[in-house]
Write a protein that binds this ligand. Structure first.
Ligand SMILES: [Zn+2]
Length: 540
Protein backbone atom coordinates (compact mmCIF):
# COMPACT_ATOMS: atom_id res chain seq x y z
CA UNK A 1 0.00 0.00 0.00
CA UNK A 2 1.28 3.47 -0.88
CA UNK A 3 -0.12 6.25 1.32
CA UNK A 4 -1.31 9.35 -0.53
CA UNK A 5 1.33 11.91 -1.44
CA UNK A 6 -0.37 14.43 0.85
CA UNK A 7 0.43 12.31 3.91
CA UNK A 8 4.13 11.58 3.40
CA UNK A 9 7.20 13.46 2.23
CA UNK A 10 8.42 10.86 -0.23
CA UNK A 11 7.11 7.65 -1.89
CA UNK A 12 6.40 5.24 0.97
CA UNK A 13 5.34 1.61 0.96
CA UNK A 14 3.88 -0.51 3.72
CA UNK A 15 1.47 -3.43 3.80
CA UNK A 16 -2.29 -3.02 4.02
CA UNK A 17 -3.15 -2.48 7.70
CA UNK A 18 -4.75 -5.93 8.11
CA UNK A 19 -1.52 -7.60 6.98
CA UNK A 20 0.99 -4.98 8.05
CA UNK A 21 1.77 -6.21 11.55
CA UNK A 22 2.95 -9.40 13.25
CA UNK A 23 1.88 -12.15 12.66
CA UNK A 24 0.11 -10.92 9.50
CA UNK A 25 3.55 -10.19 8.03
CA UNK A 26 6.17 -11.84 10.24
CA UNK A 27 9.00 -11.06 7.82
CA UNK A 28 9.93 -9.29 4.60
CA UNK A 29 12.59 -9.90 1.97
CA UNK A 30 14.45 -7.09 0.25
CA UNK A 31 15.41 -8.96 -2.89
CA UNK A 32 18.32 -8.22 -5.16
CA UNK A 33 20.14 -10.12 -7.89
CA UNK A 34 21.41 -13.39 -6.42
CA UNK A 35 20.38 -12.63 -2.85
CA UNK A 36 18.88 -10.13 -0.48
CA UNK A 37 18.22 -9.03 3.05
CA UNK A 38 15.82 -10.90 5.35
CA UNK A 39 14.16 -8.92 8.14
CA UNK A 40 11.73 -10.67 10.48
CA UNK A 41 10.34 -10.88 13.97
CA UNK A 42 12.46 -13.31 15.97
CA UNK A 43 10.07 -14.57 18.62
CA UNK A 44 6.44 -15.71 18.69
CA UNK A 45 4.82 -12.56 19.97
CA UNK A 46 1.99 -10.74 18.20
CA UNK A 47 2.89 -7.09 18.00
CA UNK A 48 2.11 -3.84 16.28
CA UNK A 49 5.38 -4.16 14.42
CA UNK A 50 5.42 -3.16 10.77
CA UNK A 51 7.82 -2.73 7.85
CA UNK A 52 8.17 0.57 6.02
CA UNK A 53 10.17 1.43 2.90
CA UNK A 54 10.75 4.99 1.64
CA UNK A 55 12.34 6.17 -1.57
CA UNK A 56 14.76 9.05 -0.87
CA UNK A 57 14.52 11.75 -2.14
CA UNK A 58 11.60 10.75 -4.40
CA UNK A 59 10.75 9.97 -8.02
CA UNK A 60 12.75 11.45 -10.84
CA UNK A 61 9.69 11.41 -13.13
CA UNK A 62 6.43 11.46 -11.25
CA UNK A 63 4.36 10.85 -14.39
CA UNK A 64 5.31 7.17 -14.34
CA UNK A 65 6.72 6.80 -10.81
CA UNK A 66 10.33 6.38 -11.99
CA UNK A 67 13.00 5.87 -9.35
CA UNK A 68 16.16 7.89 -10.05
CA UNK A 69 18.58 5.65 -11.97
CA UNK A 70 21.84 6.96 -10.50
CA UNK A 71 23.36 7.28 -7.03
CA UNK A 72 22.47 10.99 -6.79
CA UNK A 73 19.90 13.32 -8.26
CA UNK A 74 19.97 17.09 -8.03
CA UNK A 75 22.75 16.81 -5.50
CA UNK A 76 20.78 14.48 -3.25
CA UNK A 77 21.65 10.88 -2.42
CA UNK A 78 19.30 8.27 -3.89
CA UNK A 79 18.44 5.35 -1.62
CA UNK A 80 15.68 3.15 -0.23
CA UNK A 81 15.33 3.61 3.49
CA UNK A 82 13.80 0.53 5.11
CA UNK A 83 12.62 0.44 8.73
CA UNK A 84 11.08 -2.09 11.05
CA UNK A 85 8.75 0.08 13.15
CA UNK A 86 7.40 -0.85 16.58
CA UNK A 87 4.19 0.84 17.72
CA UNK A 88 4.27 -0.22 21.37
CA UNK A 89 2.02 2.29 23.18
CA UNK A 90 4.15 2.40 26.31
CA UNK A 91 2.20 4.21 28.99
CA UNK A 92 3.71 6.57 31.61
CA UNK A 93 5.83 4.65 34.15
CA UNK A 94 5.47 1.45 32.11
CA UNK A 95 8.40 -0.65 30.86
CA UNK A 96 8.10 -3.06 27.96
CA UNK A 97 10.40 -5.42 26.12
CA UNK A 98 9.65 -5.37 22.41
CA UNK A 99 9.95 -8.49 20.28
CA UNK A 100 13.37 -8.86 18.73
CA UNK A 101 13.90 -8.35 15.02
CA UNK A 102 16.43 -10.34 13.01
CA UNK A 103 18.18 -8.88 9.96
CA UNK A 104 20.26 -11.29 7.90
CA UNK A 105 21.69 -11.33 4.40
CA UNK A 106 21.05 -14.38 2.26
CA UNK A 107 22.20 -15.79 -1.05
CA UNK A 108 19.77 -17.21 -3.56
CA UNK A 109 16.10 -16.57 -4.28
CA UNK A 110 12.95 -15.91 -2.27
CA UNK A 111 12.89 -19.54 -1.14
CA UNK A 112 16.32 -19.16 0.44
CA UNK A 113 15.32 -15.90 2.10
CA UNK A 114 12.06 -17.21 3.52
CA UNK A 115 13.80 -20.42 4.63
CA UNK A 116 15.52 -18.27 7.26
CA UNK A 117 12.10 -17.43 8.68
CA UNK A 118 10.95 -21.05 8.39
CA UNK A 119 13.88 -22.29 10.45
CA UNK A 120 13.35 -19.63 13.11
CA UNK A 121 9.62 -20.33 13.35
CA UNK A 122 10.16 -24.08 13.56
CA UNK A 123 12.21 -23.44 16.68
CA UNK A 124 9.24 -21.92 18.48
CA UNK A 125 6.08 -23.32 16.85
CA UNK A 126 4.88 -26.68 15.53
CA UNK A 127 2.29 -27.84 13.00
CA UNK A 128 -1.27 -29.04 13.38
CA UNK A 129 -2.33 -32.70 13.04
CA UNK A 130 -5.38 -32.95 10.75
CA UNK A 131 -8.02 -35.68 10.99
CA UNK A 132 -7.10 -38.74 8.94
CA UNK A 133 -9.80 -38.29 6.30
CA UNK A 134 -8.59 -34.79 5.47
CA UNK A 135 -5.00 -35.97 5.09
CA UNK A 136 -5.75 -38.06 2.00
CA UNK A 137 -5.76 -36.74 -1.59
CA UNK A 138 -9.27 -35.45 -2.13
CA UNK A 139 -11.39 -32.50 -3.31
CA UNK A 140 -14.08 -30.22 -1.91
CA UNK A 141 -17.08 -28.30 -3.16
CA UNK A 142 -18.19 -24.94 -1.78
CA UNK A 143 -21.94 -24.29 -1.79
CA UNK A 144 -23.76 -21.16 -0.71
CA UNK A 145 -27.31 -21.65 0.55
CA UNK A 146 -28.20 -17.99 0.93
CA UNK A 147 -26.70 -14.51 0.75
CA UNK A 148 -27.78 -11.55 2.89
CA UNK A 149 -30.25 -10.68 0.14
CA UNK A 150 -32.42 -13.73 0.72
CA UNK A 151 -32.28 -15.81 -2.49
CA UNK A 152 -32.36 -19.14 -0.60
CA UNK A 153 -31.19 -21.21 -3.57
CA UNK A 154 -31.39 -24.51 -1.73
CA UNK A 155 -32.97 -25.88 1.43
CA UNK A 156 -31.19 -28.15 3.89
CA UNK A 157 -33.27 -31.02 2.48
CA UNK A 158 -31.41 -30.55 -0.84
CA UNK A 159 -28.04 -31.25 0.73
CA UNK A 160 -28.06 -35.06 0.45
CA UNK A 161 -28.69 -34.77 -3.31
CA UNK A 162 -25.75 -32.37 -3.63
CA UNK A 163 -23.65 -34.72 -1.52
CA UNK A 164 -24.61 -37.64 -3.75
CA UNK A 165 -23.22 -35.69 -6.71
CA UNK A 166 -20.04 -35.22 -4.71
CA UNK A 167 -19.79 -38.88 -3.75
CA UNK A 168 -20.15 -39.92 -7.40
CA UNK A 169 -17.20 -37.65 -8.32
CA UNK A 170 -14.82 -38.46 -5.44
CA UNK A 171 -15.45 -35.08 -3.79
CA UNK A 172 -15.20 -35.75 -0.10
CA UNK A 173 -16.29 -32.54 1.63
CA UNK A 174 -18.64 -29.59 1.24
CA UNK A 175 -17.90 -26.15 2.62
CA UNK A 176 -21.44 -24.99 3.39
CA UNK A 177 -21.91 -21.21 3.29
CA UNK A 178 -24.89 -19.00 4.10
CA UNK A 179 -26.64 -21.61 6.21
CA UNK A 180 -27.05 -19.22 9.11
CA UNK A 181 -30.11 -17.12 9.83
CA UNK A 182 -30.12 -14.29 7.29
CA UNK A 183 -27.47 -15.72 4.98
CA UNK A 184 -23.77 -15.16 4.41
CA UNK A 185 -22.35 -12.05 6.07
CA UNK A 186 -25.57 -11.17 7.83
CA UNK A 187 -26.48 -11.22 11.53
CA UNK A 188 -22.86 -11.87 12.57
CA UNK A 189 -21.98 -13.46 14.90
CA UNK A 190 -25.18 -15.55 14.80
CA UNK A 191 -24.64 -19.20 13.95
CA UNK A 192 -28.30 -20.14 14.22
CA UNK A 193 -29.37 -22.25 11.24
CA UNK A 194 -31.85 -20.40 9.04
CA UNK A 195 -35.38 -21.57 9.93
CA UNK A 196 -36.52 -20.88 6.37
CA UNK A 197 -33.90 -23.33 5.07
CA UNK A 198 -35.07 -26.02 7.47
CA UNK A 199 -33.78 -24.94 10.88
CA UNK A 200 -31.43 -26.77 13.20
CA UNK A 201 -33.25 -30.09 12.98
CA UNK A 202 -33.28 -29.95 9.19
CA UNK A 203 -29.56 -29.16 8.97
CA UNK A 204 -28.62 -31.78 11.57
CA UNK A 205 -30.56 -34.44 9.66
CA UNK A 206 -29.05 -33.36 6.35
CA UNK A 207 -25.49 -33.49 7.72
CA UNK A 208 -26.07 -36.99 9.03
CA UNK A 209 -27.41 -38.11 5.64
CA UNK A 210 -24.44 -36.56 3.83
CA UNK A 211 -22.11 -38.40 6.21
CA UNK A 212 -23.87 -41.65 5.31
CA UNK A 213 -22.87 -40.94 1.70
CA UNK A 214 -19.26 -40.47 2.77
CA UNK A 215 -19.33 -36.68 2.35
CA UNK A 216 -18.20 -34.39 5.17
CA UNK A 217 -19.95 -31.12 5.90
CA UNK A 218 -17.77 -28.21 6.99
CA UNK A 219 -19.75 -25.22 8.18
CA UNK A 220 -18.66 -21.72 7.20
CA UNK A 221 -18.28 -19.69 10.40
CA UNK A 222 -17.43 -16.10 11.17
CA UNK A 223 -16.44 -14.69 14.52
CA UNK A 224 -14.33 -11.69 13.60
CA UNK A 225 -17.16 -9.19 13.17
CA UNK A 226 -20.57 -8.19 14.43
CA UNK A 227 -23.25 -6.98 12.02
CA UNK A 228 -23.69 -3.32 12.98
CA UNK A 229 -27.30 -3.25 11.76
CA UNK A 230 -28.55 -5.79 14.30
CA UNK A 231 -30.37 -4.95 17.50
CA UNK A 232 -28.10 -7.44 19.21
CA UNK A 233 -25.06 -5.34 18.37
CA UNK A 234 -26.72 -2.14 19.48
CA UNK A 235 -28.10 -3.58 22.72
CA UNK A 236 -25.46 -6.12 23.82
CA UNK A 237 -22.36 -6.49 21.70
CA UNK A 238 -21.18 -2.93 21.09
CA UNK A 239 -19.13 -2.74 24.34
CA UNK A 240 -17.12 -5.76 23.14
CA UNK A 241 -16.03 -4.11 19.88
CA UNK A 242 -12.44 -3.08 19.20
CA UNK A 243 -12.14 0.62 20.10
CA UNK A 244 -9.90 3.21 18.51
CA UNK A 245 -7.91 5.76 20.57
CA UNK A 246 -10.96 8.06 20.52
CA UNK A 247 -13.26 5.45 22.04
CA UNK A 248 -15.20 4.68 18.84
CA UNK A 249 -15.57 1.26 17.26
CA UNK A 250 -14.08 0.57 13.82
CA UNK A 251 -16.34 -0.23 10.85
CA UNK A 252 -15.56 -2.42 7.87
CA UNK A 253 -17.37 -1.45 4.68
CA UNK A 254 -18.68 -4.99 4.11
CA UNK A 255 -19.39 -7.05 0.99
CA UNK A 256 -21.97 -6.42 -1.69
CA UNK A 257 -24.19 -9.30 -2.75
CA UNK A 258 -26.50 -10.03 -5.66
CA UNK A 259 -29.10 -7.22 -5.65
CA UNK A 260 -28.69 -3.89 -7.39
CA UNK A 261 -29.17 -2.11 -4.09
CA UNK A 262 -26.17 -3.92 -2.61
CA UNK A 263 -24.15 -3.63 -5.81
CA UNK A 264 -24.74 0.14 -5.55
CA UNK A 265 -23.64 -0.11 -1.89
CA UNK A 266 -26.94 1.29 -0.62
CA UNK A 267 -27.87 -1.41 1.88
CA UNK A 268 -24.57 -3.29 2.36
CA UNK A 269 -24.19 -4.73 5.85
CA UNK A 270 -21.46 -2.88 7.76
CA UNK A 271 -19.27 -5.02 9.96
CA UNK A 272 -17.62 -4.15 13.26
CA UNK A 273 -14.41 -5.92 14.37
CA UNK A 274 -14.76 -7.42 17.84
CA UNK A 275 -12.10 -7.71 20.55
CA UNK A 276 -10.70 -11.21 21.08
CA UNK A 277 -8.84 -10.00 24.17
CA UNK A 278 -12.23 -9.36 25.77
CA UNK A 279 -13.52 -12.30 27.88
CA UNK A 280 -17.04 -11.17 27.07
CA UNK A 281 -16.50 -11.66 23.32
CA UNK A 282 -14.90 -15.07 23.87
CA UNK A 283 -17.98 -16.11 25.80
CA UNK A 284 -20.15 -15.08 22.85
CA UNK A 285 -17.90 -17.04 20.44
CA UNK A 286 -18.05 -20.15 22.59
CA UNK A 287 -21.84 -20.01 22.74
CA UNK A 288 -22.05 -19.58 18.97
CA UNK A 289 -19.52 -22.36 18.33
CA UNK A 290 -21.56 -24.72 20.53
CA UNK A 291 -24.36 -24.39 17.95
CA UNK A 292 -21.99 -25.59 15.22
CA UNK A 293 -20.99 -28.62 17.28
CA UNK A 294 -24.61 -29.37 18.10
CA UNK A 295 -25.38 -29.71 14.39
CA UNK A 296 -22.95 -32.61 14.04
CA UNK A 297 -20.73 -30.74 11.58
CA UNK A 298 -17.43 -32.39 10.63
CA UNK A 299 -15.58 -29.14 10.97
CA UNK A 300 -15.69 -25.42 10.53
CA UNK A 301 -14.12 -23.06 8.06
CA UNK A 302 -13.58 -19.77 9.84
CA UNK A 303 -13.93 -17.21 7.09
CA UNK A 304 -11.63 -14.18 7.37
CA UNK A 305 -9.81 -15.57 10.39
CA UNK A 306 -6.58 -13.98 9.15
CA UNK A 307 -7.43 -10.37 9.95
CA UNK A 308 -9.53 -7.99 12.01
CA UNK A 309 -10.08 -5.37 9.35
CA UNK A 310 -9.85 -2.48 9.67
CA UNK A 311 -8.56 -2.68 13.25
CA UNK A 312 -4.90 -3.13 14.20
CA UNK A 313 -5.02 -2.57 17.97
CA UNK A 314 -7.66 -2.14 20.67
CA UNK A 315 -7.58 0.76 23.10
CA UNK A 316 -10.49 -0.19 25.36
CA UNK A 317 -8.90 -0.98 28.72
CA UNK A 318 -12.36 -1.99 30.02
CA UNK A 319 -11.81 -5.23 28.07
CA UNK A 320 -9.13 -6.17 30.58
CA UNK A 321 -6.11 -5.80 28.28
CA UNK A 322 -3.40 -3.21 27.86
CA UNK A 323 -3.86 0.02 25.93
CA UNK A 324 -2.94 -0.62 22.31
CA UNK A 325 -3.39 -4.41 22.47
CA UNK A 326 -2.66 -6.05 19.06
CA UNK A 327 -5.94 -7.42 17.69
CA UNK A 328 -4.12 -10.54 16.44
CA UNK A 329 -2.85 -11.42 19.91
CA UNK A 330 -5.09 -14.52 20.23
CA UNK A 331 -5.44 -15.67 16.62
CA UNK A 332 -3.63 -18.92 17.43
CA UNK A 333 -5.07 -19.41 20.91
CA UNK A 334 -8.60 -19.12 19.56
CA UNK A 335 -8.53 -22.59 17.98
CA UNK A 336 -7.02 -24.06 21.14
CA UNK A 337 -9.89 -22.61 23.14
CA UNK A 338 -12.50 -23.96 20.72
CA UNK A 339 -10.88 -27.37 20.73
CA UNK A 340 -11.57 -27.61 24.46
CA UNK A 341 -15.22 -27.65 23.41
CA UNK A 342 -15.00 -29.88 20.36
CA UNK A 343 -12.86 -32.50 22.10
CA UNK A 344 -15.80 -33.13 24.41
CA UNK A 345 -17.86 -34.11 21.36
CA UNK A 346 -15.40 -35.57 18.83
CA UNK A 347 -11.66 -35.62 18.27
CA UNK A 348 -11.75 -35.47 14.47
CA UNK A 349 -13.33 -32.04 14.16
CA UNK A 350 -11.62 -30.18 11.31
CA UNK A 351 -10.44 -26.63 11.92
CA UNK A 352 -10.14 -24.81 8.62
CA UNK A 353 -9.62 -21.12 8.04
CA UNK A 354 -9.47 -18.68 5.20
CA UNK A 355 -5.96 -17.63 4.15
CA UNK A 356 -4.53 -18.57 7.54
CA UNK A 357 -1.41 -16.79 8.67
CA UNK A 358 1.66 -18.94 9.03
CA UNK A 359 1.29 -18.97 12.81
CA UNK A 360 -2.36 -20.00 12.62
CA UNK A 361 -1.32 -23.15 10.75
CA UNK A 362 0.22 -24.38 13.97
CA UNK A 363 -3.40 -24.96 15.09
CA UNK A 364 -5.65 -24.79 12.02
CA UNK A 365 -5.64 -27.99 9.98
CA UNK A 366 -6.44 -26.49 6.58
CA UNK A 367 -6.18 -23.11 4.92
CA UNK A 368 -8.41 -22.08 2.03
CA UNK A 369 -7.38 -19.35 -0.40
CA UNK A 370 -7.86 -18.05 -3.94
CA UNK A 371 -4.77 -18.16 -6.14
CA UNK A 372 -6.06 -17.69 -9.69
CA UNK A 373 -2.95 -16.12 -11.17
CA UNK A 374 -0.35 -17.43 -13.58
CA UNK A 375 2.29 -15.64 -11.48
CA UNK A 376 1.07 -16.99 -8.13
CA UNK A 377 3.97 -17.46 -5.69
CA UNK A 378 3.44 -20.54 -3.48
CA UNK A 379 4.86 -18.89 -0.38
CA UNK A 380 2.66 -20.68 2.15
CA UNK A 381 3.35 -24.08 0.55
CA UNK A 382 7.04 -23.35 0.98
CA UNK A 383 6.66 -22.10 4.56
CA UNK A 384 4.41 -25.05 5.49
CA UNK A 385 5.38 -27.96 3.19
CA UNK A 386 2.99 -30.37 4.93
CA UNK A 387 -0.03 -28.15 5.56
CA UNK A 388 -3.38 -28.80 3.94
CA UNK A 389 -3.92 -25.88 1.55
CA UNK A 390 -6.99 -25.55 -0.64
CA UNK A 391 -7.72 -23.20 -3.53
CA UNK A 392 -10.86 -22.15 -5.39
CA UNK A 393 -11.49 -23.67 -8.82
CA UNK A 394 -14.27 -21.68 -10.47
CA UNK A 395 -13.82 -22.02 -14.25
CA UNK A 396 -15.93 -24.28 -16.44
CA UNK A 397 -12.88 -25.85 -18.10
CA UNK A 398 -10.42 -24.79 -15.42
CA UNK A 399 -7.44 -26.89 -16.43
CA UNK A 400 -4.82 -24.42 -15.31
CA UNK A 401 -6.19 -24.07 -11.80
CA UNK A 402 -6.25 -27.87 -11.59
CA UNK A 403 -2.68 -27.85 -12.90
CA UNK A 404 -1.80 -25.34 -10.17
CA UNK A 405 -3.29 -27.73 -7.59
CA UNK A 406 -0.91 -30.42 -8.84
CA UNK A 407 2.07 -28.04 -8.82
CA UNK A 408 1.61 -26.94 -5.23
CA UNK A 409 -0.31 -29.79 -3.58
CA UNK A 410 -3.43 -27.70 -3.24
CA UNK A 411 -6.78 -29.35 -2.61
CA UNK A 412 -9.28 -28.29 -5.26
CA UNK A 413 -12.42 -26.52 -4.05
CA UNK A 414 -14.89 -26.74 -6.94
CA UNK A 415 -17.04 -23.63 -7.06
CA UNK A 416 -19.22 -23.41 -10.21
CA UNK A 417 -21.07 -20.10 -10.56
CA UNK A 418 -18.82 -18.65 -7.86
CA UNK A 419 -19.89 -21.25 -5.29
CA UNK A 420 -23.60 -21.00 -6.08
CA UNK A 421 -23.83 -23.95 -8.51
CA UNK A 422 -23.53 -27.72 -8.66
CA UNK A 423 -20.74 -30.04 -9.73
CA UNK A 424 -22.86 -31.04 -12.73
CA UNK A 425 -22.46 -27.43 -13.94
CA UNK A 426 -18.70 -27.89 -14.57
CA UNK A 427 -18.23 -31.43 -15.90
CA UNK A 428 -15.00 -30.64 -17.80
CA UNK A 429 -13.29 -29.15 -14.75
CA UNK A 430 -14.37 -31.91 -12.40
CA UNK A 431 -13.35 -34.65 -14.84
CA UNK A 432 -9.88 -33.13 -15.26
CA UNK A 433 -9.59 -32.60 -11.52
CA UNK A 434 -10.42 -36.26 -10.87
CA UNK A 435 -7.61 -37.29 -13.22
CA UNK A 436 -5.25 -34.94 -11.40
CA UNK A 437 -6.21 -36.40 -8.03
CA UNK A 438 -5.79 -39.92 -9.44
CA UNK A 439 -2.31 -39.02 -10.69
CA UNK A 440 -1.15 -37.60 -7.39
CA UNK A 441 -2.61 -40.57 -5.58
CA UNK A 442 -0.66 -42.90 -7.88
CA UNK A 443 2.49 -40.86 -7.25
CA UNK A 444 1.72 -39.90 -3.68
CA UNK A 445 5.22 -40.90 -2.54
CA UNK A 446 6.29 -37.61 -4.13
CA UNK A 447 3.25 -35.48 -4.90
CA UNK A 448 1.31 -35.94 -1.68
CA UNK A 449 3.53 -37.54 0.96
CA UNK A 450 6.82 -36.19 -0.36
CA UNK A 451 8.52 -32.94 0.53
CA UNK A 452 7.85 -29.80 -1.51
CA UNK A 453 11.08 -28.19 -2.71
CA UNK A 454 9.70 -25.34 -4.78
CA UNK A 455 11.92 -24.93 -7.82
CA UNK A 456 15.04 -26.09 -6.00
CA UNK A 457 16.63 -29.27 -7.27
CA UNK A 458 15.63 -29.17 -10.94
CA UNK A 459 16.17 -27.19 -14.11
CA UNK A 460 13.41 -26.87 -16.66
CA UNK A 461 14.04 -25.30 -20.05
CA UNK A 462 11.99 -24.70 -23.17
CA UNK A 463 13.64 -26.76 -25.88
CA UNK A 464 12.68 -24.20 -28.51
CA UNK A 465 14.16 -21.11 -26.85
CA UNK A 466 16.60 -22.64 -24.39
CA UNK A 467 15.17 -20.33 -21.72
CA UNK A 468 14.03 -21.41 -18.30
CA UNK A 469 10.42 -22.55 -18.26
CA UNK A 470 8.00 -21.84 -15.43
CA UNK A 471 5.99 -22.84 -13.56
CA UNK A 472 7.39 -26.07 -12.26
CA UNK A 473 7.87 -27.62 -8.86
CA UNK A 474 9.92 -30.37 -7.29
CA UNK A 475 8.82 -32.94 -4.72
CA UNK A 476 11.23 -35.37 -3.10
CA UNK A 477 10.45 -38.83 -1.76
CA UNK A 478 10.89 -39.25 1.97
CA UNK A 479 11.94 -42.86 1.31
CA UNK A 480 14.92 -42.40 -1.00
CA UNK A 481 15.20 -38.67 -1.67
CA UNK A 482 14.39 -39.09 -5.36
CA UNK A 483 12.62 -36.27 -7.15
CA UNK A 484 9.44 -35.85 -9.14
CA UNK A 485 9.11 -32.68 -11.17
CA UNK A 486 5.72 -31.20 -12.03
CA UNK A 487 5.75 -28.98 -15.09
CA UNK A 488 2.75 -26.95 -16.19
CA UNK A 489 2.12 -25.15 -19.44
CA UNK A 490 -0.37 -22.38 -18.68
CA UNK A 491 -0.09 -21.01 -22.22
CA UNK A 492 -2.35 -21.66 -25.19
CA UNK A 493 0.52 -23.11 -27.24
CA UNK A 494 2.20 -26.52 -26.86
CA UNK A 495 5.67 -26.63 -25.32
CA UNK A 496 8.52 -29.11 -25.49
CA UNK A 497 10.56 -29.01 -22.29
CA UNK A 498 13.82 -30.42 -21.03
CA UNK A 499 13.90 -31.40 -17.39
CA UNK A 500 17.00 -32.18 -15.35
CA UNK A 501 16.69 -33.36 -11.76
CA UNK A 502 18.76 -35.50 -9.42
CA UNK A 503 21.69 -34.73 -11.68
CA UNK A 504 20.25 -36.43 -14.73
CA UNK A 505 17.94 -35.77 -17.62
CA UNK A 506 14.59 -37.19 -16.74
CA UNK A 507 13.41 -40.26 -18.55
CA UNK A 508 9.66 -40.64 -18.31
CA UNK A 509 6.65 -38.46 -17.91
CA UNK A 510 2.92 -38.60 -17.72
CA UNK A 511 0.38 -35.91 -18.44
CA UNK A 512 -2.55 -35.48 -16.08
CA UNK A 513 -4.76 -36.91 -18.83
CA UNK A 514 -2.25 -39.20 -20.53
CA UNK A 515 -0.19 -42.38 -20.25
CA UNK A 516 3.47 -42.79 -19.32
CA UNK A 517 5.75 -41.74 -22.14
CA UNK A 518 9.48 -41.87 -22.80
CA UNK A 519 11.19 -38.47 -22.74
CA UNK A 520 13.72 -39.13 -25.52
CA UNK A 521 12.41 -36.19 -27.52
CA UNK A 522 11.72 -33.94 -24.53
CA UNK A 523 8.65 -33.49 -22.41
CA UNK A 524 5.80 -32.61 -24.75
CA UNK A 525 3.24 -30.58 -22.82
CA UNK A 526 0.15 -29.46 -24.72
CA UNK A 527 -1.50 -26.12 -24.03
CA UNK A 528 -3.12 -25.78 -20.58
CA UNK A 529 -1.65 -29.08 -19.44
CA UNK A 530 0.68 -30.44 -16.80
CA UNK A 531 3.00 -33.41 -16.56
CA UNK A 532 4.89 -35.27 -13.88
CA UNK A 533 8.45 -36.16 -14.80
CA UNK A 534 10.39 -38.99 -13.16
CA UNK A 535 13.83 -40.47 -13.62
CA UNK A 536 12.30 -43.93 -13.37
CA UNK A 537 8.87 -45.44 -13.57
CA UNK A 538 7.21 -45.54 -10.13
CA UNK A 539 7.73 -48.75 -8.18
CA UNK A 540 4.01 -49.43 -7.92
ZN1 LIG B 1 -10.23 -4.74 23.40
Amino acid sequence: MCPGYFGVDRPTVLQQPHAATVPGSPFVLLEGPGGGLYVGVDQPEAAVLTWVAELEPGYSDSIDCTAPPGPTIGGKQVRIEFSPVHVPYIMPNERRSLPAVRAQFYSGDWQDGSALYRRRRQSWMGSSAPPNWASEPHAWQQVQMNSPEGERRYSFADLPVIAQECAERAVRAIQLVGWNDGGQDQNNPSHDPDPLLGGADGLRTAIAECNQLGVRIILFCKFVWADRATQRFRDQLSPLAVRDPYGDYYVYSGYRYQTITQLLDINTKRLVPMCFSSPGWLKVCREEFAKVLDLGADGMLYDECFHHMPAVACFDAAHGHRYGQPVQAHDVDFVRWLREQSDLVRHDFLYAGEACTDWQLSEYHLSYHRSESTTHVPLMRWLRPDALLMTAVTGFDDRNMVNQCLLYRYIASYEPYNFKGRLTDMPLTVAYGRKMDALRTELREWLWDGEFQGTHGAQVADRGTGLEHKPFSVFTSRHDGSSAVVVANYSHEPRILEVVADGQRNQRYRLVDGDWLEADDGISVPARSAAVVLAQLPRR
